[in-house]
Structures are given as structure tokens and as C-alpha cells.
Design a protein. Structure first.
Length: 338
């Protein structure tokens, strides 16, 4: 217990961690101030006009769908242009639409919490992922490079216990900070929506969906923290983690992706770590692949999209992070630290 407490004190005392917390607060403050300055409480006339426009837009979508069905059944005379309607009318079916026009779409300059909460949460999660990775890498990297780990082992000569305490203190601290920051962040924008904007439709489905994104985001933050910690342990320096990420992004995410597109490979996006991160965070991501419909028969509708869901994406992220973390513990146990 004393070891964990000591590691928590060492982590909170690091200047880099304090700097990152200051940057987190600064980014939050700028985002909140910008949102507040660019929003206003809509008047009754603005709300009435926006509701009428949204209703008219939904009515137009329904009329287009019915006309498409009539054209498909031969009960509507053909008119120009012939390509006005899709081959499959279900593509424009309002019932199957992911999102219908709502009042907030026609209120320019008005912040809507129900519409903007998810993008704002994605922004915060991205910052927290970066925060966790950098803090995790610098926390162990600086100690290995400066000899702090050697001094700690003189007090507690059990390598795996010491490294496990460091990792546990890191993950616990990052998780606690991330949860508190995200809750305060969302609460602030909820207040802005109530007082200087539009709250929107905050149904049970909305809160469940937002909670799911928040939970997946916290898992992603923990994985990023452990990944930065593991790579820095393997490389014995903070720069090893930064170099590894930069090399992966340039060589694989950019270079390999370009080569796969040139050779017209099948489903290249599923080989990219960024695709799995996006699929885990959003629940499902769709990608285009022209090869999927290469063998389809003429006149048969084929959709050249494939989906990557959160289950396989999480498995990939766990395997990569768990494998590197296990390797870091094995190497740390056998390595000469002097």
C-alpha cells in the first residue's frame, strides 16, 4: 500500500503531468467560452420558424420516397432527370434514415446540447487519449532514464511488483481524472444549453447512447495509457514511445495505406489501427471497397460497403496493448537497469 501511495505522489508531482492538466483545463475553458460566445437563447419566433422548416423538410423526404415507390411500381409517369431516384427506394426511406431534420438544424447560432454533446465528447476523449499516452510514456520513461527505478528497487527489490505498482497508479490516476473531467465537461455544456442555447431532446436513448460513448472512451484512454507505458518501458525512454507512434503513423497508416490502394487490395481499412479505434469508439464504422461488387451480376443491386463493429475492434486493441504490456514486464524482469 505504501508503494502505491508513493507512486501516486511521484506521479502527481511530475511537472509534465501538471503541465498536461493545465493544458486540459485550458482547452476545456477555450471550448466552453467559444461555445458560450457563439450561442444565444432562441426566441419564440425563431423556434416557430425552425419547427416549420424541419416539418417541411421531413414532409419533402416522405414525398420523395412515395414518388420513388410509385416510379418503381410503374404508377408514376417518368420525368427528367431519369436518375433523380435511386435504384433502391429504401435508400431514401425516412423510416430507415439515420437522422431526420429537427428544429435545431434550422437555428443558426444556437448551441444545442442534444446535437453537440457527442462531438464535444469525442473531442475530449481524443485529448484524454493523448494525455494518457504521453503521461504513461513520460512517467516510466523518465524514471528509467534517470535511474529513479534503480533507487526505488533498493527500497522494494521486487521488479514486477514495482512495475505493477507504477502501472496501477498510472491507470487509476488517469481514469479518475478522465471521469471527473468528462463529467464536469458535459455538465458545463448542459448548463450552456439550458441557459444560452437549446437543450434539445434529452431522452433516455440519448443518455444511454452518450453513456456508451463515454464508457468506450474511458476504456480507450486506459488502453492508450498502458500502451505508452509499455512502449516506453521496452525502449527505456519516453522518446521511444513517441518515435514508435510516429513511425507507425508514417510507415503504416500513410505509406502502407497508399500501397494497398495502388495494388487495389481487399478491405485495406481493416488492417489499420485507426479504423479499429474508430469502430470501438462509435460502435460500428463502414468502409468503401470497390472490390465487393466486382463479381456482382448486371442489374443486381450491390452495396460496396463493409462494416467493422466494436467487438472485433476491441479484441484487436486488447491483443496489441496486452501483448506489448506483457512483453514490457518480461523485458523489465530480465533487463540490466544500470
Amino acid at each position: 500500500m505504501n508503494l502505491v501511495r508513493a507512486e501516486l505522489e511521484r506521479l502527481s508531482a511530475r511537472r509534465f503531468v501538471q503541465l498536461m492538466v493545465v493544458l486540459l483545463v485550458l482547452a476545456f475553458g477555450v471550448t466552453a467560452a467559444t461555445t458560450l460566445a457563439g450561442s444565444h437563447k432562441p426566441s419564440a419566433d425563431e423556434l416557430a420558424s425552425a419547427r416549420a422548416q424541419a416539418t417541411e423538410a421531413r414532409r419533402g423526404m416522405e414525398m420523395a420516397f412515395q414518388e420513388c415507390l410509385a416510379r418503381q411500381n410503374g404508377t408514376l409517369p417518368p420525368r427528367e432527370p431519369e436518375s433523380y431516384y435511386p435504384r433502391d427506394c429504401s435508400e431514401i426511406d425516412p423510416v430507415r434514415s439515420e437522422r431526420l431534420p429537427i428544429t435545431a438544424d434550422y437555428l443558426p447560432g444556437v448551441f444545442s446540447f442534444a446535437e453537440q454533446a457527442r462531438p464535444l465528447l469525442y473531442f475530449l476523449i481524443a485529448f484524454l487519449v493523448l494525455f494518457g499516452f504521453l503521461v504513461g510514456a513520460s512517467y516510466i520513461g523518465a524514471d528509467l532514464n534517470s535511474g529513479g527505478v534503480v533507487n526505488l528497487l533498493l527500497w522494494r527489490p521486487r521488479r514486477l511488483t514495482v512495475l505493477g505498482a507504477k502501472l496501477g497508479a498510472l491507470l487509476g490516476s488517469v481514469l479518475a481524472l478522465s471521469v471527473l473531467a468528462s463529467l464536469f465537461y458535459l455538465a458545463t455544456f448542459w448548463v450552456i444549453g439550458q441557459t444560452a442555447g437549446l437543450a434539445g431532446r434529452l431522452s433516455g436513448d440519448f443518455w444511454r447512447s452518450l453513456g456508451a460513448v463515454h464508457g468506450r472512451g474511458m476504456v480507450l484512454v486506459l488502453l492508450a495509457s498502458a500502451l505508452g507505458f509499455a512502449i516506453a518501458t521496452l525502449g527505456r525512454h519516453t522518446s521511444a514511445a513517441l518515435g514508435a507512434v510516429a513511425a507507425y503513423a508514417v510507415v503504416w497508416e500513410l505509406g502502407a495505406r497508399l500501397v494497398l490502394e495502388i495494388v487495389d487490395a481487399r478491405r485495406p481499412d481493416q488492417l489499420m489501427l485507426s479504423s479499429h479505434i474508430g469502430a470501438w469508439l462509435t460502435g460500428e464504422t463502414r468502409f468503401w471497397d470497390s472490390q465487393l461488387c466486382a463479381d456482382s451480376r448486371p442489374g443486381v443491386y450491390c452495396e460496396s460497403f463493409y462494416s467493422l463493429t466494436w467487438g472485433p475492434a476491441l479484441l484487436v486493441l486488447l491483443v496489441i496493448t496486452g501483448g506489448l504490456t506483457a512483453a514490457a514486464f518480461v523485458v523489465f524482469r530480465r533487463r540490466d537497469l544500470i
